[in-house]
Design a protein around this ligand. Sequence first.
Ligand code: NAP
Length: 343
Amino acid sequence: MKVLVIGGTNFIGPHVVRQLIEMGHEVTVFNRGQTTAELPEEVKWIKGDRHNLSDYRSQFQQLAPEVVLDMIPYTAKDALGVVDTFKDIAQRVVAISSGDVYRARDIVWQKETGIIDRTPLTENSPLRSQLYPYRGLSDEPFAHDYDKIPVEQVLMSATDLPATILRLPMVYGAGDYQHRLYPYFKRMDDKRPAIVLEEKLAHWQGCYGYVENVAYAIALAVNNEKAKGRIYNVAELPGSTVADLVKAIAKIVGWQGEIVIIPKTQMPASWEFKANLNQHWITDSSRLRTELDYTEIVDRDEAFRKTISWERKHPPEEFSEVEKSKLLDYTTEDKVLASLNRS
Ligand SMILES: NC(=O)c1ccc[n+]([C@@H]2O[C@H](COP(=O)([O-])OP(=O)(O)OC[C@H]3O[C@@H](n4cnc5c(N)ncnc54)[C@H](OP(=O)(O)O)[C@@H]3O)[C@@H](O)[C@H]2O)c1
């Protein structure tokens, strides 16, 4: 089958492209060329900007892909561009969304109040009532316009191009520019005697996915006609508490230190975490497992091993001040430990 991938380089895309090739598909990648990836030789390329998709219409017509995989729809306009451009060309579209569509996300960040949503979140759990979750948080145009809820709405309501939506978890692995595992194993590599976690945070559950596994889920949705018209959560089983995550990383790294869980009252003020951690943010991936026969292709230990090995070679050049102050602030952590007579 011919598949056009919008955005197949950088982090998640290359893994998807490789798996699609392994499944026997003919893959063409559409991107601007600002990032590159080592992809199999048989991959074809169209260089261009997805904000002007219609400019490439004749090339798309010539290619005639059966499935368009949109790795990067961030706005309603992006989604409309896909529908308008491909409704007469392709048979269906698979689009990448995020677990940030759920109302639970805004309960965690205290933008919504009220009852806690039941977890794990299914594809029918309530969505955020407020749009544009990152608006005002940065000057980037991306932050202003980003929202996967309108993306999903446009695609799922298009009658002339059936869609599949995949809601991704927090993805880690080689190439993770958000360095999600780094703050934890860095403390282990720095031979910290203990890692201090506030108790609510220690027991908070989030959903994660290893990049090759997430890519496999995406490739299955492209491969399988049955995915048409469906929305799928993608996530590891089971969801992890932060303490479990730290323990699992410690096992891989061979760290012998202690995880010290303290009540909020003993937490230094500078470490205050403004979030409602009574709300967990884990999704139920059973629909994906049942309907598309998804199962992880890389187990968690191996996934952590590969990620940590990459992270050690590619430490973040910049780490946000917030993360540095909360997660790698050893001076404050030593004070906390001393106050507990543990240092
Ligand atoms: N990473 C996570 O934890 C996570 C969690 C939930 C959901 N997701 C979703 O997963 C998807 C993929 O994320 P990712 O982290 O793999 O993305 P990424 O690493 O930023 O890759 C973006 C890709 O899109 C291309 N691209 C960017 N702007 C473009 C444009 N204007 N026109 C054409 N191509 C363009 C890039 O190539 P060029 O720059 O060369 O154009 C690259 O191939 C996104 O939809 C994201 O929202 C990710």
